[in-house]
Ligand binder design. Sequence first.
Ligand code: AMP
Ligand code: ZN
Length: 466
Amino acid sequence: MRLYNTLTRKKEEFIPIEPGKVKMYGCGPTVYNFFHVGNARAFLINDILRRYLEFSGYDVAFAQNFTDIEDKIINRAAEEGISPNEVAEKYIAEYKTDAEGLNIRPPTIQPRATETMPQIIELIGKLIDKGNAYEVDGDVYYDVHSFGGYGKLSGQPLEALEEGARVEIGDKKRSPADFALWKTAKSNEPSWESPWGDGRPGWHIECSAMCTHFLGKTIDIHCGGIDLIFPHHENEIAQSEAASGKDFSKYWVHTGFLTIDNQKMSKSKNNFFTTREAAKVYGYEAIRFFLLSAHYRSPINYSEDSLKQSNAALDRLYSVLDNLTFTAENAETVGITDAERETLTGLEQYKKAFVSAMDDDLNTADAIAAIFDLTKALNLALADNPSREFGTAGIGKLRELTDVLGLLYLRKNDKLLENDVEILINSRELARKAKDFAQSDRIREQLKNMGVILEDTPLGVKWRKI
Ligand code: AMP
Ligand code: ZN
């Protein structure tokens, strides 16, 4: 598998530190609000990378944190008249609801900054001891000049980064590019005891501490959105490598922006849709499909049209799956034929195309194209009224690939709808047998209002969702 590595600015063959094992870390949400569809893209790509590594046979340890103490959380708490901890708890729960809706699997480790405080404080202490950080009046700053590799991820010399750095009023930094590791406590804000007085950690140090504590000094892959390359990831490298004397992460994988009207979707620009509100209109699975329809490093533009098209594409996939299921359960022919076996062997070419797309820096766009080619071939085979066994094997072939992308997951859970539909279909059959056609039409109409279309076939009644 080849991955584009931001650190070397090249696509490289992925070679894990330990054979068969991958340690990866993704920067998680700051939990002060619902996450928007742009954030969803970054979390989703972490999930896809993890799923594909597992599909490729690796045992993956994947940590993604919750930033549960930060200015935005404190401000939100003040606005709502609740504690920062209550804000964080609320939005961690909302994050989990949306992540589950999007079929993003929970990371193997989900650490929280506030639960990693001893490790954060220990790491800051180590950086001071090694001469990479300094204390001024209860604040601790990282000294970027103390670390020779500063700028290697963003590919810029320190002087250029210093010029671009923001200096805020009251800053006690030696250089504009120095950044806070520990901030002295303000009144009415949560704080923790430390050797430098009560305070709370900066954002960058928490990721270094959590990543190192839960995964070790050197990990295989670190990921996040491209806006995190500088300063966040540059600072994570500076902190972790200065403390450990070892490489922090072998590969750096960054997701491109989700745009809207060709501008980065972001909370500060107020041009965002939360995942929750978009899901209410289009469904979670349409969002997942839409975000996977482009390569993760390319920008992708949010629009009503793209989400509608994603739903139409999903309908096509579900319709093939429904037809295969119907064949598996109801086909007249039982027992697979040699010709069907040959067809199934021929379908391996689509898996090969899928794998080679995903092996090429997770090209989900081409991987989805391979799935559609597979469904075309399955549809052709279905036209010949294949056996039940072919239906079952066809479902396996389709699901093998859609599962890697985490697609076709919603209707599986639609048991409630299925039960209602089955009951109504049975009542309609009874009405038809009793020649009560008015009643049978009423039931068909009722199903239509539920978004269910009936098709009378020689093998019985088939239904599908529109
Ligand atoms: P935040 O909660 O703001 O720290 O962001 C969480 C994740 O979302 C980070 O990995 C960001 O890089 C990513 N992100 C934020 N905005 C976008 C966007 N418009 N497109 C893609 N990723 C984004
Ligand atoms: Zn981070």
